[in-house]
Design a protein around this ligand. Structure first.
Ligand code: UDP
Ligand code: MG
Length: 315
């Protein structure tokens, strides 16, 4: 039996692009149903993230004119990641597989065929990966690449050039729902879920209509969230710095002792310089150690699942 597919789309002030997106998706889904690839109970689910324009009215009218479209409305704007999670968790109870994508058609709908193929091969998660960044500005390309490098250094696993265009099975979503954290960086969390995964490449195009809802400020805070919600390495760096500074003060002490016995010292200078570096180093070290504990508390409060079982032969 063909599986029920839900396509989840977070929308924030997207009245300009929704008519175009809904048309493209309707076409695609009808084609997939006709080909027997997905169940006829498949749906497109719009999540209105507290839009201030006519987005919700549009979703309502789409729903009343066509069963294919369903929608949920958040009580207020909670940001892309939260809106996406709300949609995923709602769709989880109604679908076998869920694909998340943006409202602006930047994610090529024709990649869905590839997603379903991978799903047939037994993948629980399929990542949509953009094959090129030709449609991006130089600045965006450069910052994005640098950011992936930083994440890698911090020990955060993510798929290069993958945003939030992905397929997840009901099982993967159930596992994702075990992650109780409030600071959401979904593309990092999904990696922690595990299971058999696949990758589908697609060409990312320009926004079909309307403007980006991710101004630089939101992008920076999202980038920062990605690091701090998945890594405690920045704290470890402070500890390391403390040890280093303290080490420098010890080296100076030895140097000054040697020069003292050789009789070449300036009176009083040595003690002051050593104290500055020594105390500075010790303070940083202390902050780092306290930070280590706070980091542990931080991870504990997330109450992440310690494991997710993929296969059980007794079942
Ligand atoms: N979005 C959202 N809530 C927000 C901001 C954005 O649901 O507070 C949605 C938006 O409607 C779109 C997706 O997140 O479907 C990605 O946003 P956008 O395309 O503006 O980002 P960009 O592609 O420019 O990075
Ligand atoms: Mg976009």
């Amino acid at each position: 039996m063909a599986e029920i597919l839900y396509i989840v789309i977070p929308c924030y002030n997207e009245e300009a692009v929704l008519p175009i997106t809904s048309k493209a998706l309707k076409e695609k889904i009808e084609q997939l149903i006709a080909g027997g690839k997905i169940s006829s109970a498949s749906r497109v689910m719009f999540v209105d993230d507290g839009s201030k324009d006519k987005t919700w009215e549009l979703i309502e009218s789409l729903h009343s004119s066509d069963d294919l479209f369903v929608g949920i409305k958040l009580s207020r704007n909670r940001g892309h990641q939260n809106a996406l999670l709300a949609g995923l968790m709602t769709a989880k109870g109604r679908a076998d597989i869920v694909i998340s994508m943006d409202a602006d058609l930047q994610d090529d709908v024709n990649a869905i065929d590839g997603f379903l193929e991978k799903r047939n091969e037994g993948c629980e998660i399929v990542y949509g990966v953009r094959s090129s960044r030709a449609s991006d500005t130089k600045f965006k390309k450069f910052t994005a690449q640098g950011y992936y490098k930083v994440l890698e250094k911090m020990g955060v696993e993510i798929t290069y050039n993958h945003a939030d265009y992905r397929l997840m099975s009901k099982r993967a979503l159930e596992a994702l729902s075990e992650f109780k954290e409030v600071n959401l960086f979904l593309r990092g969390l999904v990696h922690l879920v595990g299971f058999k995964t696949g990758v589908v490449e697609y060409e990312r195009s320009k926004r079909a209509a309307g403007e980006s809802k991710y101004p630089l400020k939101k992008m920076l805070s999202f980038a920062f969230e990605g690091i701090t919600s998945l890594s405690v390495k920045p704290i470890r760096f402070i500890t390391f710095l403390g040890v280093l500074l303290f080490g420098v003060s010890i080296a100076m002490l030895i140097y000054f002792l040697v020069t003292y016995f050789l009789g070449k010292t300036v009176q009083g200078w040595a003690t002051i310089v050593i104290s500055i570096w020594g105390i500075g180093g010790l303070q940083l070290l202390a902050i780092g150690i306290i930070g280590e504990y706070i980091g542990k508390i931080y991870l504990e409060t997330k109450a992440r699942p310690k494991f997710i079982i993929d296969k059980d032969l007794e079942e």
